[in-house]
Design a protein around this ligand. Structure first.
Ligand SMILES: Nc1ncnc2c1ncn2[C@@H]1O[C@H](COP(=O)(O)OP(=O)(O)O)[C@@H](O)[C@H]1O
Ligand SMILES: [Mg+2]
Length: 438
């Protein structure tokens, strides 16, 4: 579209949404509802745009804001946007197409909503701000909202957030361009396109670590959640106090950005996964009581997560490591979700997730505790490890879901002993089980 028609269309859009300048020399236009800013200092959010997507971004923002009613200002015309992005109003102003003033208690929620809403657009970096989760359009900073009575934000430099300001986990993450020298890569455990899992060495503590990384946009869902977002969510969950304190979950050590990727570093757990133990026939050499003890440990950990309103969603033999002293630990929180905070992914609809044999994608979105289905399957395979082996041998990347269901039926012909069958059916139907009496 030509610049002149862009301008006309933009002017019309502002007019239709009752957004106008307060006086003719103003470069900003405002909505006609009264300003709601009450504090002198706080978080503010900037949405950036280039000339070619400004109208689309503005239109979508107005649609969203019909429900959200955020206080905001927007550049008054396309020619002002051009000047703004060229640095005409100072380099610190570049990219500030829309400024949002969220309520102090809703900053994180607002950033999350905007992040998924404008996930895949082109934007311009806002020099004075941090990009939110590597987003090209969403930037935020702590600064002056009303009058700068303390004279601390005289020029447009970054203020440190006050102690009572809402915590934004992204704000504390470092951005690197190469792997910090604290970590050495020892071995590639898994490398799939723009994501991977490495065995590493933490030179600071001379301990082995697991380094997971994912590039932005990899493995993206229709609601714009990508693998980098999932890693940030798993970091968030693993950093919850109750989870940090429990040695049954892999311990998180570090989270940072590396160019266009998210990296999380967790402890390396010495031992073997239940998958490895089952496939090498070692699991069946443990007594039934020992295997049921593993089940009780996992049941306790999953119940703990569920009480914290977290669904793990990927319980499987591959995601449980048994240490030498037979302690079971849960790893790989990428698909875990929670009811609030950043791990609810701004309440967007989330694709089903899980591991073949351990989940039911159709039920996942409708049942309250999808992990209980996985626990039931987990119990079955612990009692009969040979059924796990025969099931897994049929599965590869091309197996369809209906084939998986029929292989599973074939593999799970044996009936569980009566008392365990009772527990199994309760779990399959999403009921709570405290523990097995051994
Ligand atoms: N904390 C850990 N300690 C030891 N080994 C781990 C740990 N995390 C992952 N691994 C190993 O790396 C493999 C892949 O990691 P995971 O995060 O489960 O990725 P994915 O499920 O996508 O393959 C695991 O199956 C396990 O063998
Ligand atoms: Mg895994």
């Amino acid at each position: 579209m030509k610049k002149l028609s862009l301008s006309k269309e933009y002017d019309l859009l502002l007019k239709q949404n009752n957004i106008c300048r307060l006086n003719s020399s103003d470069i900003w236009a405002y909505p006609n509802f009264p300003h709601q800013i009450v504090n002198n200092y706080g978080w503010k959010i900037h949405i950036s745009a280039v000339l070619t997507n400004a109208i689309d971004i503005a239109q979508r923002f107005f649609n969203l804001n019909r429900k959200k009613c955020w206080d905001f200002k927007i550049i008054a015309s396309i020619s002002e946007l051009e000047r703004l992005n060229l640095g005409y109003y100072g380099n610190s102003q570049v990219g500030k197409f829309i400024t949002i003033y969220p309520k102090p208690q809703n900053v994180l929620e607002t950033l999350e909503i905007l992040h998924y809403y404008f996930h895949n657009e082109i934007g311009i970096a806002v020099g004075s701000d941090k990009s939110y989760k590597l987003n090209s359009n969403i930037y935020y900073r702590f600064g002056t909202l009303l009058s700068d009575i303390k004279n601390i934000d005289h020029r447009d430099k970054t203020l440190h957030p006050f102690k009572d300001a809402q915590k934004i986990p992204d704000y504390d993450l470092q951005h690197y361009h190469k792997l910090p020298s604290r970590y050495l890569i020892l071995k590639v455990l898994k490398h799939l396109g723009p994501s991977g899992v490495f065995l590493g060495l933490d030179v600071k503590f001379m301990k082995k670590v697991i380094i997971r990384y994912a590039c932005k946009y990899f493995n993206i869902e229709s609601s714009n959640i990508d693998e980098a977002d999932r890693l940030l969510s798993s970091s968030n969950i693993l950093n919850t106090n109750e989870i940090l304190k429990d040695s049954g979950f892999e311990n998180i050590i570090d989270t940072f950005y590396l160019d266009n990727s998210v990296v999380i570093v967790t402890e390396f757990i010495e031992g073997e996964s239940l998958d490895e133990l089952a496939m090498s026939n070692k699991l069946s050499t443990l007594s039934l009581k020992e295997r049921l003890n593993i089940f009780n440990q996992i049941l306790f950990l999953i119940n703990k997560l569920n009480k914290l309103e977290i669904s793990f969603r990927d319980l499987s033999f591959s995601n449980v490591i048994l240490s030498q002293d037979k302690q079971a630990k849960i790893i790989d929180f990428n698909y875990a979700i929670s009811k609030s905070g950043i791990s609810c992914f701004a309440k967007n609809s989330i694709n089903p997730a899980g591991t073949y044999g351990f989940y039911n994608p159709y039920e996942q979105s409708i049942v309250e505790f999808p992990d209980r289905f996985s626990l039931a399957q987990f119990l079955y395979f612990l009692v009969y490890p040979d059924t796990y082996i025969s099931f897994m041998k049929n599965i590869d990347i091309d197996t369809s879901y209906s084939e998986i269901v029929s292989y599973l039926k074939k593999a799970q012909k044996k009936k569980l002993p009566k008392d365990l069958l009772n527990t199994y059916s309760k779990l399959i139907h999403g009921k709570y089980i405290d523990k097995l009496n051994l």
